[in-house]
Design a binder for this molecule. Sequence first.
Ligand code: ATP
Ligand code: MG
Length: 189
Amino acid sequence: MRLFAAVIPPAREVDELGLTVERLRSLPGADALRWTGRPGWHYTLAFMGEVDESLLPELHERLGRAARRTPVFPLRIHGGGHFGRRALWVGAAGGLEEMRLLAERADAAARRSGVGMEEHRRYQAHLTIARARADADMRPFVEELDTFEGTPWDVAELTLVRSNLPVSGVRGEQPRYEVVGSWSLGGAG
Ligand code: ATP
Ligand code: MG
């Protein structure tokens, strides 16, 4: 199964961002982008790709440990950016050092469980809100996001998400993303 570890913002912060994304979607050029579904909004910590089922018990164990070792930290949705001319995202502010630490720990947990992890570039906290099928000018959207400051919340959980790649025309298709595990950070409830 295709898996990734993530931080999922609470509903209230998702609603806030939703209002701003509605505005972005009315800008010229917005129709050329594929906007991501709001129920699936997440900050990826570590992308694992295809993971063999036999690795799951150890992976769960190690992700739990990674979470426990990391203290709860504050985060807020902040500004935006783009990767190349294909991906538009909103960033984060607050406990970015803790978030990076959690990402590194999730990556190490997966690697030690036997998941073949790609070498990663420097961790950049981002929540993808749109993708372009062809090169697009992301600047107007990023400018609009420049002043966006979400309400801070405490990140208290690391979540393991299964990604079901879309199969067109299949009836009763499973949800796109499915939470398959979550672990409390150190000191959380
Ligand atoms: P789609 O691939 O259909 O556009 P998606 O990218 O949301 O949708 P996945 O490809 O399963 O779905 O990716 C799940 C999450 O992991 C997304 O946030 C995605 O940006 C991230 N991701 C995917 N591939 C990688 C990768 N090679 N390195 C880092 N993050 C990745
Ligand atoms: Mg993808």
